[in-house]
Design a protein around this ligand. Sequence first.
Ligand code: 5GP
Length: 203
Amino acid sequence: MVQKIYVTYNDVHKLCQQTAERILDDFTPNLMIAIGGGGYVPARILRSFLKKPGNPNIPIQAIGLSLYESLGTETPEEIPGTKVTRTQWLDLSSLEMANLIGKNVLIVDEVDDTRTTLEYAVRELEKDVQQATEALGRTAEKTNFSIFVVHNKDKQKKGKLPEDLVKERYYAAVTCGDEWICYPWEAQDIDEHDRLAEEAKKQ
Ligand code: 5GP
């Protein structure tokens, strides 16, 4: 039985706040790409803490990725998916892609488990931006991708990310074990969820 960790909205808020400070010590993101659905709430919270006074809000774009799961009776915590499918992607018109070129782009998701999703997101986004950069003749401008996750599970990863990204531009608010994290936005009963989180904190 996989151990469950209950995380509250308050926890997520504070974790985003703390990590935003670390990010701003290194660079200022110009744009966020939230991987749906788990990346949406963290991205919105992060934006409040990444915004500098006098500057406009950092735009958030959304992509939808889901791991294909084999049909069966297993619950998601027991059978991680293996194949990524796109349910939503960026508008690839040159006008939209031009917005990304030469920018610091922060990719946001809630959890890095096997890393399959993040590998896919980074690889495909880099490919699309590269194509647009060449098509628009803006090869002098470098686009920097970085990653924020609320939780990174410290385990053998199936997916690979560029080495420099992992070393220099990868931010995990929490590094945890191979547990199943229950996020508040998935809860059917938020009061019960918060109660379980509170109980675990007392132990
Ligand atoms: P990956 O294995 O590609 O790193 O993670 C893919 C997706 O699986 C995550 O974006 C998330 O939706 C789901 N996932 C993996 N581990 C957990 C977990 O501990 N809790 C929850 N709620 N979702 C998870």
